[in-house]
Design a protein around this ligand. Structure first.
Ligand SMILES: [Zn+2]
Ligand SMILES: [Zn+2]
Length: 239
């Protein structure tokens, strides 16, 4: 597993299983937050890294979503450190094994009942920050997918909202609702991160610069069209 410091407060930990699989450790004032947990065989390496980092204990785990490659090490880490796990309320039934992402497939619990807490939201649906990370609801790849934005470092931890290749935005893998993903991708134009990290790919610098090209290319494939209104923030659908 390879550890890389990507900004003042954020480290990425990466392994390869045909594709890269990444989790992130975010340094807070009183310890660290783990963003996603990767595959089960990453548990030991993640815990060892947090100890070696010497920035305080693991305070909490936050999840972009509950796909197996993001929650595989969850049980082992929780056996070692009893911390709260946060995810979007729409993702919770999948994490608890009450629903399956794939129709007709047996649900698998990523953790035991009651072990996950939904993000707190205000009446308008805005999700409250957890430590220095602000979650943004970005459905499409999964029903309750979120990205995390670190305001001070201007880094977006985008999970599977995108993948990337050679610094270029690419669509996420195994995505049931690509139209929704394209709508969700507008968050990049709103927040203008300096650097974006994805779970399955490499860093993308100033991703907002590529956003309209990415959306128009993907929209063509998915029969949607983009109306560029002073930038890149409107999508209109034809079908
Ligand atoms: Zn996924
Ligand atoms: Zn994934």
């Amino acid at each position: 597993m390879k550890a890389t410091q990507i900004s003042e407060h954020i480290w990425s930990l990466r392994t390869w299983m045909i594709i890269p699989i990444t989790v992130w450790v975010v340094i807070e004032e009183d310890g660290v937050t783990l963003v996603d947990t990767g595959m089960s065989m990453m548990a030991k390496g993640i815990l060892k890294f947090i100890k070696r980092l010497n920035a305080g204990p693991l305070k909490q785990i936050v999840l972009t979503h509950g796909h197996p490659d993001h929650v595989g090490a969850l049980k082992s880490i929780l056996n070692h450190d009893t911390v709260t796990v946060f995810a979007h309320s729409k993702e919770v039934p999948y994490l608890l094994g009450e629903r399956s992402y794939r129709e007709g497939k047996k649900p698998v619990a990523a953790l035991i009942n009651g072990g996950v807490q939904a993000f707190a939201e205000d009446d308008g649906g805005e999700i409250h920050a957890i430590g220095s990370l602000k979650p943004y609801f970005t459905p499409g790849h999964s029903p309750g997918h979120v990205v995390f934005y670190h305001v001070k470092d201007r880094v977006m931890l985008a999970g599977d909202l995108f993948s990337s290749k050679n610094g270029k935005l690419r669509k996420p893998l195994f995505t049931p609702n690509m139209k929704e993903v394209l709508d969700s991708s507008l968050v990049v134009g709103k927040l203008l991160p300096k650097r974006m990290e994805v779970c399955h790919g490499h860093s993308v610098f100033n991703p907002a610069d590529q956003l309209s090209d990415y959306i128009s290319e993907e929209s063509k494939k998915h029969r949607t069209s983009v109306v560029s209104a002073g930038g890149s923030d409107k999508i209109q659908r034809r079908d």
